[in-house]
Design a protein around this ligand. Sequence first.
Ligand SMILES: Cc1ncc(C[n+]2csc(CCOP(=O)(O)OP(=O)(O)O)c2C)c(N)n1
Ligand SMILES: [Mg+2]
Length: 334
Amino acid sequence: MTAPPEPGNRVALFHCMVLMRRFEEEVLRIAQDHPYVGRQHLHIGHEATGAGVVSALEAGDLFHTNHRNHGYLIARGADPGRALAEIMGRKDGLNGGLGGPWHLCDRSAGFQSTSAMVGGSVGLAVGAAFGLKTQGSKAISVTHFGDGTLDEGICYEALNLASLLALPVLFLCENNAKEGQRPSSMLAAKVLHDVPDALQIRSMVVDGRDADAVAATAAEAVAHVRGGSGPVFLQADLERWPGSHQTTPEFPTGVTDLSLAWEEDRIEGPHAEWVRDHDGLRAYAKKLLADGTLSQDQVLEIDRGVLAGIKEARAFAEASPYPDPSRLLDNVFA
Ligand SMILES: Cc1ncc(C[n+]2csc(CCOP(=O)(O)OP(=O)(O)O)c2C)c(N)n1
Ligand SMILES: [Mg+2]
């Protein structure tokens, strides 16, 4: 279990990004080794956005994600072994093995819910924000969703209500649509943040591949929301990882090799452009080396430490039994 990065601690931010990446690579390996685990929606390539936003939050803030959930869960401090156990449907999973990857939650880490329904996280987060405001809490609510989610009717009601009632909610939109294309074939607005702008919601746009930029922009957005000035729509622009929509578990860009941060000549293959120009994790390693924050050895040492933790987490998950079949109908309300 690793605490979320403190604001301004760039080494912790990098560590968090490595943890997110290595955790999800393990999820991919588990899906290869155990076909029943099924299809995974990975957050690989979005780590700079994820860790940057998490670094701006406080422990009591309530987080709600969409289907690309694992990275945020781990970044907010959930136990990786229990998270892997849940993904594998095991008894010691965060939700007793009954929720699986698409319903993961860990309230102790301020991670309220995953909604596999596109748009579900938006409505849930606005409801939570209403609750927080009613209680006079200083905590804020965060909803994480993608560009395609603005197709969904629930977004319009939720954005409108959040604006009208000045609710403490951060709308975090990970925009991984191709540059120059409409965000979604189902959305008439050509510019995503035109939607919140029309509803008098403050919008901010950031390069989602740049961890420092995200951390700084998220800190400003969170301060606005926490200060009672109403919601913010934070749009993080990203370039989709080539494996983000796969049906069979594969590593299209290979297993992450952090030495590519300083051995760029070795970047090759059909997705070399993504690795070179769009992988925020490699870019951050390169930046921290260039400004002398970390040495090559320190980068590799952080990676080795994370990998050792992930190995233990997997062993814990593999050793956990399946839940007792008598629990099958627990939490089924219909
Ligand atoms: C209500 C609903 N409609 C359709 C789907 C199927 N679906 C799963 S992910 C997805 C695309 C979501 O796009 P976006 O919000 O941009 O997230 P991204 O996958 O690009 O990160 C769709 C249509 C769903 N899960 N829920
Ligand atoms: Mg998208």
